[in-house]
Design a protein around this ligand. Sequence first.
Ligand SMILES: [Zn+2]
Length: 244
Amino acid sequence: VSATTSSQTAQVDETKKRLIDGLRVLDGEGMFEKAFGHISARVPASELIVMMGHVHEHVRTLAQTRAEDLIVIDADGTLLDGPYEPPGEFHIHTEVLRARGDVGAVVHCHPRSPVALSITRSEVLPVTWRAGIFHPRVPLLEDPRQIDTAERGRAVARTLADGRAVTLMGHGVVCVGADVGQAAVVTIDLSDAARFQLEAMAAGGAHALPDELIAHRRDTPPEAEGFTSAWNYYRAKWCRGDQR
Ligand SMILES: [Zn+2]
């Protein structure tokens, strides 16, 4: 059953292609341990959301997900098209996309370093130049439970506020971007920042870079080279030559 109009079909297909690239990049960079995690994208100029279905019994890694495994849901998570039900934590995606008109893609995953840092109850800080995009900090949601209700999804969106990422204590991260590429790069950058911070803590102390030198990095626009060239690099590394 397809609830999309023919005029939207091309945009849905294009959004699915980008999402597949995002899955390959994030899986390749180790963001989807044990094939858990998901990514969603808003179909431009619509209320439609493309995301992975609940595919765990059907694919071995998320890099093996194909366009036909993706589903289309509405703003409330109702399945409109595709072979699987939405994953239990779809509320992360619907509530963040509802709250943030500037966001086009949302990633939820459980990368090791941000989760380890959350166990210390520390927030990810702008400890490196690249991590300046997270200035002044990545807020920590002190609730490790699955985000499987709309209410918990709204708590994630409130904690995220107008930022780029949230850490869920002892659980994972939620990262956003204007499109799939930016959301993927933000996720990898968050993982890197947390690892640098953990290593610095172990070596004697982790310090945020001085506000006056790094605060402006928070406003880095999606079209900035720091995002686009990193995305091009990761796509070349993980998606080149794919036939799909
Ligand atoms: Zn999770």
